[in-house]
Structures are given as C-alpha cells and as structure tokens.
Design a protein around this ligand. Structure first.
Ligand code: UDP
Ligand code: MG
Length: 345
C-alpha cells in the first residue's frame, strides 16, 4: 500500500474508456465515508453478504470502493483492514475533506467494474435493497435505477417547503426534470456510468447530472433507515449552501427570476408614475415626493444588490471552471482482490 499521486482526474488526461456491455463486467459499489468508523465494519459485513447473494443469483462479480473523504477518526485504518470476502475491496483515501460530491466522483473514477452503485456509508441505505436495484438493471434493462424517500413525514414543514421550492426552481424550463426526493443511492448501468464519467464540469451536482444523462431511468421508493450512529454531516446551513451550488451549477432559473423581477418592478414603477401624473394634472393635487422616493429607491437598490449577488454566483462558477482544478487528490490507494489475497498499487 504505497501512497500514490493519482493523475486520472487531471485535466487533459482521459478517464476510463466507455464501458459498454453486460452484467458479466460486474458491479462496483462506491461508498463515500467521512468519520464513519463506528459503523463501517458492520456495513462491510452486510455488503459481503450482499455480494455473495448477487454472485449466486446473477453470477455478478462485485467490488466495493470505500472513498475516505479526509476523515479525522479511524475510518481509514478500519477500511484498510476490511477483508475481501466475496468481493474486491478498494480503499481510496483523499488528501483532505473534499465533500461528498467529490468523494462520489473519486469512487466513480476508481470503479473497475462495469456498473456502478452509489450508497452512503452510514447504514441509511440498506444493502438488502440493492438486490432490487440490480434486478431492475439486469432483468428489466434499466440504465439508471434511482431511489427516492417514500415519504417525508419525519421532516419539518419548513424543510419540506425548502425542498419543494428548490426543485421547482431547478426544474423550471428544464427538459429533463430532476425527480423530487431522489437520493444519491442509485445504480448506473455500464453505459450510464461511462456517460457520467464524460461530464467534464468541476461543480458537480450529482443528482442533476445522473438525471441529465438520460437513458432508461426508473424510480424505486424506499424507507431510509435511521443513521447507524452519529448525526448527519449536513446541517441546515450546509444544505442551503448545497442547494445554491446545485441551482447555480445546474440551471439559469435564478437569472431568469432576476429578469422577470426587473420587468415586474419596471411595470409597477410605470403604473406608479401614471398615477402621479393623474393626481397632478387631473386631480390638481401637489404630490408629496419624499416618502415615495425613499421607498422606491430602497426597493430598487435592494433588488439590484440581490441580483448582483446572483450574477456573482455564476461568475464564481465560471471562475472555478476556468481554473480547471482537479476535483480531488488521492493520498493513498489500495486494492485487495477477493480470494486472491492482498495486492497494493
Ligand atoms: N460524506 C462524505 N464527505 C463529507 C460529508 C459526508 O463523504 O464531507 C459521506 C458520509 O460519510 C455518508 C454520506 O456522505 O456516507 C452521507 O452523509 P450524511 O449521512 O451525513 O448525510 P445525510 O444522510 O444526512 O444526507
Ligand atoms: Mg446519512
């Protein structure tokens, strides 16, 4: 297990070639882990059992790719020690915490099998459900099998309103609608995984991209399990940040909203002007100017500032795309092949 610089994600270098083909190429299970030491061993056991079942039922060879996203606990050393029982085990350790989207990308880049399945490392995505997802792929021929929370009863009204607003905005005028409630727990067929690898952008919004690529997609409702341990790493503030990130990297809806708001304000100002003219010339009143001036100025000033902020978000996106930095760096990478013992690269 030697530390190695990974160049596969550098601009200009070609990513893995498009993997077309059949279930015989197997399945890579990508699991991003960030401070998941407490539940990792148990999750691995469940994945091993799953791999055994998949091999028996579909003759499907599996590997698991744990992407350690710069954990500060013992996650990495635990991951290194996991046995390759019934499936190959890859451990990719990123050089720092890059965030879940980057970790997913790292997993996708390192996946050696054809199909790719993404699942969380906290036990909320039940390995037992994977069999159903695989069936939709192999038996029914779907390319993208995504899961969605069956209901949001346990979430606050405010959060649900936020989610609704977010999806309405992001899907505004979009040809390929991003399904509301869809999660990151999803299976991609070999050609869908290859398509996702080809998307070059640095600002990843995984759910959006996986929908955007098209192909035959199917939804599977599921009941997320309780987190095996610890608390969610996504606080309301971080979720809001992620939403702005997703919106601005995926849709121009906020810019359109800006134009519409501008039009609306101009229209209101026009009517107001007409009413002043009316009052002055028809009614013969002298209109007091000061209060209406202040209100008008403040409204226009506020709206302009907000919209400059929106435009700024997009300029920031352009800047980070132009810098073309790698999405992540790999500090350490190890591979253990099932049955054949350990090998490092
Ligand atoms: N995660 C990650 N990097 C981060 C934060 C989270 O790789 O910076 C992983 C985490 O280990 C877990 C998954 O992303 O496997 C989902 O995180 P979490 O359970 O905190 O989110 P939630 O389920 O609440 O959406
Ligand atoms: Mg979770």
């Amino acid at each position: 297990m030697t530390p190695s610089a990974d160049i596969s994600n550098l601009p200009g270098s070609s990513r893995a070639p498009a993997a077309q083909g059949s279930p015989t190429q197997g399945l890579s299970i990508v699991v991003p882990v960030y401070n998941e030491a407490a539940g990792l061993a148990l999750l691995h056991e469940r994945l091993c059992a799953l791999a055994g079942t998949l091999r028996q039922t579909y003759d499907l060879a599996c590997e698991v790719v744990y992407v350690d996203d710069g954990s500060s606990d013992t996650t990495l050393s635990i991951a290194r020690g996991l046995p390759p029982t019934a499936l190959d085990v890859q451990v990719v350790s990123l050089s720092r915490n890059f965030g879940k989207e980057a970790a997913l990308m790292a997993g996708l880049d390192h996946a050696r099998r054809g199909a790719v399945l993404f699942m969380d490392g906290d036990g909320q995505h039940a390995p037992e459900l994977v069999e159903r997802l695989v069936k939709h792929w192999i038996v029914d021929g779907y390319d993208v099998v995504y899961t969605a929370k069956a209901h949001r009863d346990n979430e606050s009204a405010l959060r649900r309103l936020g989610v609704r607003t977010f999806y309405t905005l992001i899907n505004w005028g979009a040809r390929q609608k991003i399904p509301e409630d869809a999660g990151d727990f999803r299976l991609l067929s070999p050609r869908a995984a290859a398509a996702l690898r080809q998307l070059p952008e640095r600002n990843r919004f995984f759910k959006g991209l996986a929908t955007w690529i098209g192909f035959k997609q199917i939804r599977v409702d599921y009941e997320p399990e309780a987190r095996a341990h610890g608390v969610t790493t996504f606080s309301p503030g971080r979720l809001l940040g992620l939403s702005i990130e997703g919106l601005t990297s995926f849709s121009v809806a906020p810019l359109r909203a800006a134009s519409l708001l501008g039009l609306l304000l101009a229209f209101v100002a026009f009517l107001f002007g007409l009413s002043i003219l009316w009052e002055t010339f028809i009614d013969g009143k002298s209109v007091p100017g000061y209060p209406s001036l202040v209100v008008g100025l403040m409204t226009i000033g506020g709206v302009q500032l907000i919209m400059i902020g929106v435009v700024g978000e997009y300029i920031g996106k352009i800047l980070s795309e132009i810098k073309a930095r790698p999405i992540y760096f790999v500090a350490e990478h190890s591979v253990k092949n099932a049955d054949a013992g350990a090998a490092a690269d």
